[in-house]
Design a protein. Sequence first.
Lengths: 111, 118
Amino acid sequence: RKEVEQDPGPFNVPEGATVAFNCTYSNSASQSFFWYRQDCRKEPKLLMSVYSSGNEDGRFTAQLNRASQYISLLIRDSKLSDSATYLCVVGDMEYGNKLVFGAGTILRVKS
Amino acid sequence: EAQVTQNPRYLITVTGKKLTVTCSQNMNHEYMSWYRQDPGLGLRQIYYSMNVEVTDKGDVPEGYKVSRKEKRNFPLILESPSPNQTSLYFCASSSTSNHQDGYQETQYFGPGTRLLVL
């Protein structure tokens, strides 16, 4: 079983749609959680951290459910520029900031 | 400008010919790491370093070496490259701060090095 699992997609959605990505992780001792965005095999960039209380940044909302070991990302009002691969990332501070990356979910927003 | 740089960006080589990929960061980060990315597998950590002269194996260290003689530099060395090391490689450095709900960590990635081993 992979440590971090994501639906690879692709998710094909029209502009303006709301789309949700899910991610599960296997290590219950994980302490930090993130979503990264990666464009066309360029370097990943931090989209947002995910906190137990949930957090929102504009059109993006992230949720964490520690009991179910589940992380989600909701994108509202999708833009063409949101097309990318979204990486779910889980961190374990016990091993010195070790981050474990999911394989990514592909999003394609079409006009 | 805060950044992580890698060189070369693209490299084609042959089996057994030693190569080094350089990585440098200008953010004074203590933590640096190397990843490789392969289709369907996501990023996998090769080696990491928590500070100068402190390095440790990640998940896929076989066939790779690293060194950390200075804080800003973290080169990746392939002593005898093989075709299964053909991949996209990323160097990263990170900073960590506390948030009321957990750690706020930002990992900055270099632009990537595409390596083809024939």
